[in-house]
Design a binder for this molecule. Structure first.
Ligand code: PEP
Ligand code: MG
Length: 889
């Protein structure tokens, strides 16, 4: 098998095999852009290595062949003593995992070739700087010496020389540094730093393979739902140098602003530096625009490449480049990550420019991003002291206690505290803390620093490069000229504006939320750009989608909001919410009734209240369907807590007695192990069949509300839904009762009331007997919360806290099946029920009203499964509309 591809042999559609970076390097080479020559070792080779612990036997030979070709073309050999060819070895998986795996630069340098590289006096310092980078990277990545050991040595030398950054160290310092590093390696590992370039290359490739299973890579994949078995490709490329003097440098460019979507060339540039220095945020970069003054010719060439890339990829691209003595080299490109705001803006602009179709524009935005745009922002109308200013790297508003290292962030957040991780700069080791934190604040680095890139990818608020703050991790504080902020102090971080405030700032609505609250009317030209972008793509989604979107709402206020948000009806009105609060005594009276008379009078007291509720909801949803579900939860939910009661009784019994030995321990253990009844008892339709008069009262309240609304000139469209049905017989019995009550109300009022009666499908048995159930149901609505609970045998009330994090860690599932529908299991039941239900009754209307109805990935599944509508909480209605539109493309 072929395990190595020259850049000339690949292309962007080969990312599975060559990884994203390798495929895009090949694509750029194919476009004729200036890419340093090289080749890619495939993910296949990595998978063999991960499975067997050995690289495939063919690999060494194939790498040697490609290396020989590279050497022939370059006219020099790897590590050649007088003029060495040097290589970079970089990871590159199918999906971008920024900074999570290893990179080794300057392969080919050794004690001799360093002299060849530094053969002229002007290159001497550069050569030794490159060599010390290699020894450091190789020592930590390949040979396993903790990188902190190298950093301590470096910091020591810098301190001796009072050097603020690495550029202040002279050749002698660097030579000493290399020697010290080599001694350190020998001391730590018992092995010499390898002098043989071929050995360096081979070991570097294996180290990249191995880093696929490094801890931070695994954490990142779990979070981003990237499968563990893909493996990484390895890119081996001729080194180019951005650190050859002031006419050299490295940078990152975006074809548009990844924060706002504004067109133009954006990015950061660092003179006389390698790419790693830019991303690490070790020195502060300058805005890319300044390259125009520093090196106008390279700037023009770069702008040209950037424009060609955007036109070619028809999307925002991000680019890493290096300028070596006035020659531009493209080191990487990919379709870039962006904020949700930018995603909407770019999709709209590219459609305007005719680069993509309106449908493709819709495909490029998503429900998760829209949900983020609906988040609140800080209310800055009051006067507030700005504590610090930095670069707005990832938008949003977050409040939390300042913490100064990853472990503390994890510790406090596990205890339920919201935290902001404050660092000089972040490294991949900070990843757990970044995940735990609400926001990340750094004092160094630009929009493309590690902190910024990772936070944006996670949707986490980030302000970076806040130079006005001095971070002192050892003292666990940061200071500004005006204030000192110690660990635990609450601060507010505005990632949209790049501002940091002391204390907890009040939050204000987002303009996008306001737009939906105001009914999604066409925005004025003066409206914020993001609102206009959202409006346009919502229109696109609404015209594309086949499914309707309804809302789960139990009050007139929620119903009205849902309508403003674009809901086309109510898919689930949970009537139990009307049994709570000050009505509880009435419900208690109904449950505790000793005879029919007592029960009847309790039900009679509830009737007018329920009727009034339904009138309000039907009015708010006039002309649209309102699915009213009969009472579902078990009755004990409406009674005082059993434990409290038993404690009270026990205390009375035990009066005067000594507690048993170890009683407290026992109680604590019992409390810990206690599991709730997972809602599988007397509830749903069972309740209706067992508590006399309950169904009749609820249906009468619905019917009389319909009458009242019709008399008022309205257009009420109530539907009655029966929960937790497992057998058609249950449904049939309830239907008979419903029919009786409707008839009675119609006769009594002289107004015909005819409500469709349907059922929830939330038990496997219901799904498996859907053909029979459909004979007595006007509609189905999947209750995927209960269907998930009963299919998996997971109690929906207590398993998530009990063991879901372990299941997520072990990869049993990538997300909670209560959040995103389990397509294989629960989804299979859904498909069976749809097919059988429709076979029995072709006009059967089918929807879903579990939480999954507002989850972007699940909405797509329901579209594919042929549902007529999804129903979700009012705030998720816009998300569901957008996703239903995207699913229909
Ligand atoms: C469901 O089970 O999915 C459902 C919508 O009903 P509830 O959550 O009220 O049980
Ligand atoms: Mg349910």
């Amino acid at each position: 098998p072929k395990y190595v591809y020259d850049f000339a042999e690949g292309g962007r559609d080969m990312a599975d095999l060559l990884g994203g970076k390798g495929a895009n390097l090949a694509e750029m080479a194919g476009m004729g852009l200036p890419v340093p020559p090289g080749f890619t070792v495939t993910t296949d080779a990595c998978r063999v290595f991960l499975a067997t612990g050995e690289p495939p036997p063919e690999l060494e030979g194939q790498v040697a062949e490609h290396l020989a070709a590279l050497e022939r073309a370059a006219g020099r050999r790897l590590g050649q003593v007088d003029d060495p060819l040097l290589l970079s070895v970089r990871s590159g998986a199918r999906f971008s995992m920024p900074g999570m795996m290893e990179t080794i630069l300057d392969i080919g340098l050794n004690d001799l070739s360093v002299l060849g590289l530094g053969r002229t006096p002007d290159r001497e310092r550069f050569a030794w700087d490159s060599y010390r980078r290699l020894v450091q990277m190789f020592g930590s990545t390949v040979m396993g010496v903790p990188s902190a050991r190298f950093e301590a040595v470096l910091a020591g030398i810098k301190k001796q020389h009072r050097a603020a950054d690495d550029t202040r160290l002279d050749t002698c310092d660097l030579i000493r540094l290399v020697e010290t590093y080599q001694d350190l390696i020998l001391e730590e590992t018992g092995q010499e730093f390898p002098q043989d370039p071929a050995e360096q290359l081979q070991r570097a490739v294996l180290a990249v393979f191995t880093s696929w299973n490094g801890e931070r890579a695994r954490i990142y994949r779990r979070r981003e739902h990237i499968p563990d078995d893909l493996g990484t490709a390895v890119n081996i490329q001729t080194m180019v140098f951005g650190n050859l003097g002031p006419d050299s440098g490295s940078g990152v460019a975006f074809t548009r602003d990844p924060a706002t979507g504004q067109p133009g060339v954006y990015g950061d540039y660092l003179q006389n530096a390698q790419g790693e220095d830019v991303v690490a945020g070790i020195r502060n970069t300058v805005p890319l625009q300044q390259l125009e003054n520093l090196d106008p010719a390279s700037f023009v060439r770069l702008r040209d490449c950037v424009q060609r890339l955007e036109a070619h990829y028809r999307d925002l691209c991000d680019i890493e480049f290096t300028i070596e003595r006035g020659t531009l080299w493209m080191l990487q490109t990919r379709v870039g990550k962006r904020t949700p705001q930018a995603a909407f803006a770019i999709a709209g602009q590219l459609a305007d420019e005719g680069l993509i179709s309106p449908e493709e524009a819709l495909a490029r935005v998503g429900g998760h991003g829209l949900a983020r745009l609906m988040f609140p922002r800080f209310d800055t109308s009051g006067t507030r002291e700005v504590l610090a200013r930095g670069i707005p790297a990832s938008p949003g508003a977050a409040v939390g206690a300042a913490v100064f290292d990853s472990a503390e962030a994890v510790r406090r957040s596990a205890a339920g505290e919201k935290v902001v991780l404050v660092r000089q700069e972040t490294t991949p080791d900070d990843l757990p803390g970044m995940i735990a934190a609400e926001a990340v604040l750094t004092s160094r680095g630009g929009k493309t620093s590690h902190a910024a890139v990772v936070a944006r990818g996670m949707g986490k608020v980030c302000v970076c490069g806040a130079e006005g703050i001095a971070v002192d991790p050892d003292g666990r504080l940061f200071s500004t000229p005006a204030a000192t902020v110690r660990e635990g102090t609450v601060i507010s971080v505005d990632g949209s504006e790049g501002l940091v405030f002391q204390g907890a700032m009040p939050l204000a609505d987002s303009p996008v939320m306001r737009y939906f609250e105001e009914g999604g009317q066409p925005p004025a030209d003066s409206a914020p750009q993001v609102v206009r972008d959202v409006h346009r793509l919502m229109g696109e989604a609404d015209s594309a989608r086949r499914m309707e979107v309804r809302a789960n709402a139990d009050t007139p206020e929620d119903a009205a909001r849902a309508r403003r948000f674009g809901a086309q009806g109510i898919g689930l009105c949970r009537t139990e919410h009307m049994f709570l609060g000050d009505r509880r005594p009435l419900v208690e009276a109904m449950i505790l009734a000793r005879d029919d008379t007592e029960r009847e009078s309790a039900l009679n007291a509830l009737l007018p209240l329920q009727r009034q509720d339904f009138i309000g909801i039907l009015e708010a949803m006039d002309g649209l369907p309102v699915t009213i579900r009969l009472l579902d939860p078990p009755l004990h939910e409406f009674l005082p807590d059993l434990t409290e009661l038993s404690v009270r009784a026990a205390r009375r019994d035990a009066l005067g007695q000594q507690p048993e030995p170890r009683e407290a321990e026992l109680l604590a253990a019992v409390a810990r192990m206690h599991e709730e009844n997972p809602m599988l008892g007397l509830r749903g339709v069972r309740l209706g069949l067992v508590v006399p008069g309950l169904v009749a009262m609820q249906v009468r309240a619905v019917a009389e509300a319909v009458v009242a609304r019709k008399r008022a000139g309205g257009d009420p469209r109530a539907e009655i839904m029966v929960p937790l049905v497992g057998a058609v017989e249950e449904l049939r019995l309830v239907r008979e009762e419903v029919a009786r009550v409707l008839k009675r109300v119609s006769a009594g009022s002289g107004i015909a009331v005819d409500c469709p009666v349907g059922t929830m499908i939330e038990l496997p048995r219901a799904a498996l007997t859907a053909d029979r159930i459909a004979q007595d149901a006007d509609f189905f609505s999947f209750g995927t919360n209960d269907l998930t609970q009963t299919t998996w045998g997971f109690s929906r009330d207590d398993v998530e806290a009990a063991f879901f994090s372990a299941y997520l860690d072990k990869g049993v599932f990538p997300t909670s099946p209560f959040e995103t529908i389990d397509r294989e299991g629960v989804g299979r039941l859904v498909r069976i029920a749809v097919a059988e239900g429709r076979a029995a009754r072709p006009e059967l209307k089918i929807g879903v009203c579990g939480e999954h109805g507002g989850d972007p990935d699940s909405v797509r599944f329901f579209h594919d499964a042929g549902l007529d509508y999804v129903s979700c909480s009012p705030f998720r209605v816009p998300v569901a509309r957008l996703e239903a539109g995207r699913a229909a493309l």
